[in-house]
Write a protein that binds this ligand. Structure first.
Ligand code: ADE
Length: 237
């Protein structure tokens, strides 16, 4: 499945020019029986199949090595929710080893024994971790220096303050009877900033009361505490 969509567009160009690298590992190549099985039935019974600890461990040990200090992330709906601040931390780091589970899940002993941290991209269940890994990688790659240019900075600025983005418009001025809000074409930058801020706050308050509460909480704190809080993976999402 890799690089899949990450081989196209900006991420694809950056991959081709070596701004980032990807080394997909075929877990099945590390199976040891003639059927090359990577899974087995769940201990205790129940539906589906579970990925075997011994096969996965061999894939990790052979392909990644035991002294690799990069964070080890297992994509799973059971994991800590992925946040923009976690993405920013990962993008600044040395990379990551990402395990994409299939079937009912991965033997818990592999997660513990090889030091994987489970990461979720949202409260819904995908058929495998690969698409979740695409999401994580895309969010990280666009932050790497040279990948996006300065377009990225505005959006980051907005999200890192814990607010949703304000609405955007472009030409034509009038479309199907709808016009661009007059303030945006007034040329008054202070008024534009104030309008955008008010819209970002309105959208966050109405759509994401959880983000709004966190934003209000952070606003009362000194800058240093805010930064520390933003970088820490949060258990409550
Ligand atoms: N694998 C299946 N569902 C997932 C999710 N929501 N997040 C991360 N990995 C997953």
């Amino acid at each position: 499945m890799f690089p899949g969509p990450l081989g196209l567009s900006l991420a694809g160009k950056a991959l081709a020019t070596g701004l980032w690298t990807l080394e997909p590992i075929d877990i099945r190549a590390h199976a040891h029986d003639k059927h090359r099985s990577v899974d087995d039935t769940p201990a205790g019974g129940g539906p589906g199949m579970v990925m075997r600890a011994d096969v996965l461990a061999r894939a990790v040990d052979v392909a990644v090595g035991t002294d690799d200090a990069r964070p080890r992330l297992a994509m799973s709906p059971r994991g800590l929710p992925l946040t923009q601040s976690r993405v920013a931390t990962l993008a600044k780091g040395a990379g990551a080893v990402i395990l994409c589970g299939r079937f009912e899940g991965v033997d818990e002993r592999l997660i513990e024994g090889r030091g994987f941290e489970e990461v979720s991209i949202g409260d819904y269940v995908l058929s495998g971790g690969e698409i979740a890994a695409f999401v994580l990688l895309d969010a990280c790659v666009r932050l790497l220096p040279g990948v996006m240019g300065k377009e990225a900075s505005g959006a980051e600025e907005s999200f890192s303050q814990g607010l949703l983005e304000y609405p955007q418009y472009t030409r034509p001025q009038l479309w199907e009877g709808r016009s661009i809000p007059a303030v945006l074409t007034s040329g008054d930058h202070a008024k534009v900033d104030a309008w955008r801020r008010a819209e970002a706050e309105r959208l966050t308050r109405t759509r994401r009361p959880d983000l709004w509460a966190a934003h209000l909480g952070a606003a009362g704190k000194p800058e240093k505490a805010r930064t520390r809080r933003a970088n820490k993976p949060r258990r409550d999402g």
